[in-house]
Ligand binder design. Structure first.
Ligand code: NAP
Length: 252
């Protein structure tokens, strides 16, 4: 296999300053791509860019808002010299709890990042994408499961899965493939970022590992390998799929 499948290509990884996004950005850089990473936390962004090296740049922006997304698109245009080959739409937040505990504000915040942000990121960077381009959207195995306390998050990710299919159909004529990756539980800061304390995260890790057919969480690197496959020419006849990277959780 060519170890530098993205030589000369430009990739955007939203939410590329942490967790899965950072692992994907590292993998793209290792395979020759120039990468733009986005996120709100400027300290994390600076650390990520430092780690990624000269092939990467960062843009601080809230991709739950149109003005933030436009800033990201402008940074991509500048850094990529007017072109974008790969978009990994990954920025997202968790939000869990019984229905009685979810406020309208939390709902709007989560849907703005996880759903609106994905749709309009695709819209705003599309003019930079060329034939042969690839878009990968990050959904979740949660999209296809019913879990108590998971309704809001799962609904947002079901919307992402749906966007993958419809946008795939819409862009196939432009030579742009759109696929979805649906991770199972992955070891990242997402649970702490969603407001869980250390004990709650530890308990969740035990419970979710136990119910997983492989009895463990996945790693960001395992998701990155799948994203790079879907973005690469090895997946040239694949569009509109939702690929689970979940230890079997969504299937049995
Ligand atoms: N970990 C899992 O178990 C799992 C499973 C399935 C799917 N996923 C999905 O994987 C994606 C990445 O999550 P992760 O697990 O890697 O968690 P993470 O480490 O918390 O990463 C989330 C990323 O999204 C960015 N982000 C969040 N809100 C944003 C906003 N309003 N504007 C711009 N960027 C924003 C964060 O950056 P800032 O905080 O700096 O803004 C961060 O880079 C999410 O879409 C998540 O739903 C995760």
């Amino acid at each position: 296999m060519n170890a530098r499948r993205f030589e000369g290509k430009v990739a955007l990884v939203t939410g590329g300053n942490s967790g899965i996004g950072l692992a994907v950005a590292k993998a793209f850089v290792a395979e020759g791509a120039k990468v733009v990473v986005s996120g709100r936390n400027e300290a994390n962004l600076a650390a990520a860019v430092e780690e990624l090296g000269a092939s990467a740049t960062g843009v601080a922006a809230d991709t739950g808002r149109l003005d933030g997304i436009e800033r990201v698109a402008a940074a991509v245009r500048e850094f990529g010299g007017g072109r974008l080959d790969v978009l990994f739409c990954n920025a997202g937040i968790g939000g869990f709890g019984p229905i009685a505990t979810i406020s309208e504000q939390k709902w709007d915040e989560l849907m703005n990042v996880n759903v609106k942000g994905v749709y309009f990121t695709v819209q705003k960077v599309l003019p930079l994408m060329t034939r042969g381009g690839a878009i990968v959207l990050n959904a979740s195995v949660a999209a296809g499961k019913g879990d108590p306390g998971g309704a809001m998050y799962a609904a947002s990710k079901a919307a992402v899965r749906s966007l993958g299919r419809s946008l795939g159909a819409e862009l196939v004529g432009a030579g742009i493939r759109v696929n979805v990756v649906s991770p199972g539980p992955i070891e990242t800061p997402i649970f702490a970022n969603a407001g869980m304390n250390e004990q709650q995260v530890a308990d969740l890790k035990v419970a979710w590992s136990d119910r997983n057919p492989m009895k463990r969480f996945g790693t960001p690197g395992e998701v990155a390998a799948t994203v790079l496959f879907l973005a690469s020419d090895a997946a040239s006849y694949i569009t509109g799929v939702d690929l689970l990277v979940d230890g079997g959780r969504g299937s049995f």
